[in-house]
Design a protein around this ligand. Structure first.
Ligand code: C5P
Length: 311
């Protein structure tokens, strides 16, 4: 409630996109436990939205679409929005306080960097709310401290990711590409658990991740069949080992007309590349007909975290 004659506290509304990995080359674990990556990220049209409002305490309230397991989002200091606030506050010398309302459409622990999107949105919102005017390179460095995928969540579009995924360079993309997205109805997958399974399944993995040259060349052609032929995810086998049901879903999507089915990042969300928007919607209808209640259609690339309103 706002009392008469009093202005509402300042607020900033930010939208942030889900990511998929068109190429995810994974090398043998480094000394720090992280895996060297060569990845091609693409931001797609599935978004979380975060409203940050000035307050004298820190509060994070999360809600979301019916298929999003908001109960699985960490609370307290472990919440990634709370971590982003602590980091930004330390940088600008302020108290780590603000009120956040987060609306999620990106599945939790789904392999689509939903937490990273929220972290990027929080950094951007606080930068604006506190008029911090953080230079882009510093914002990217703060993002990298929060997680390997957070810098990409800031920039969006299509980008090559190296290091542990945090070093991002935009690349040309001849899209739009049309994706059918099937979130898992049976809960999320822990990213560290999928990487651990990768280590167990591929003890002799090369230190150098597989390069992305073929994928980058296919992206420039605007031909979904060329793109479909070179999609690659080195975390797919470990994810399928942990969740064999996903293999049946990938087969079903390809039988029903997808150019290619692919696990998204560390899973368990599954993606299908379609030839056109019409084909994507037809595939979504077919998959729903097979009992998959939540089937989404999204195009990529789209922008990264963006301020949509300042109040
Ligand atoms: O960086 P982020 O917090 O998203 O990573 C979550 C976990 O995923 C890490 O703790 C690590 O177990 C695993 N990971 C990895 N190699 C990467 C990125 C993540 O092993 N390049």
């Amino acid at each position: 409630m706002v009392s008469p004659g009093r202005l509402p506290p300042p607020s900033v509304d930010v939208r942030a996109s889900a990511k998929i990995n068109l190429h995810l080359g994974v090398g043998a674990a480094r000394e720090d436990g992280f895996h060297p990556l060569v990845t091609v990220y693409q931001a797609i049209g599935l978004h979380d939205e975060l409203v940050a409002t000035e307050d004298s305490v820190l509060r994070v309230v999360t809600h979301g679409a019916a298929y999003v397991e908001v109960a699985d989002v960490p609370v307290g200091e472990d919440n990634i929005v709370a971590r982003a606030t602590a980091l930004m506050a330390a940088r600008v010398g302020r108290d780590a306080v603000a009120d956040f309302l987060v609306h999620k459409e990106i599945p939790v622990a789904g392999g689509m960097a939903g937490g990273s999107a929220d972290a990027a949105a929080a950094l951007l919102a606080l930068d604006r709310l506190w008029d911090a005017q953080t230079p882009d390179d510093e914002l990217l460095a703060l993002a990298a401290e929060l997680g390997s995928d957070v810098p990409f969540a800031l920039i969006g579009g299509t980008a090559l990711g190296t290091g542990r995924g945090e070093l991002v360079t935009p690349v040309p993309d001849g899209g739009p590409w049309w994706w059918v997205v099937v979130p898992s109805a049976a809960g999320g997958l822990s990213t560290p658990a999928v990487y651990r399974r990768f280590d167990e399944m591929f003890p002799g993995a090369d230190a150098e991740p597989a390069p992305a040259d073929a994928l980058l060349a296919a992206l420039a052609t605007s031909d979904p069949h060329r793109l479909g032929a070179v999609l690659r995810n080195d975390l797919q086998e470990p994810a399928l080992d942990l969740r064999p049901d996903l293999g049946d879903l990938l087969d079903l999507g390809e039988t029903e007309g997808a150019i290619r089915g692919l696990v998204s990042g560390s899973g368990p969300t599954c993606l299908f590349l379609a030839e056109s928007p019409t084909a994507a919607h037809a595939l979504a209808v077919a998959l729903r007909g097979h009992g998959h209640e939540v089937v989404l259609v999204a195009a990529g690339p789209v922008p990264g975290a963006q301020v949509v309103e300042v109040g």
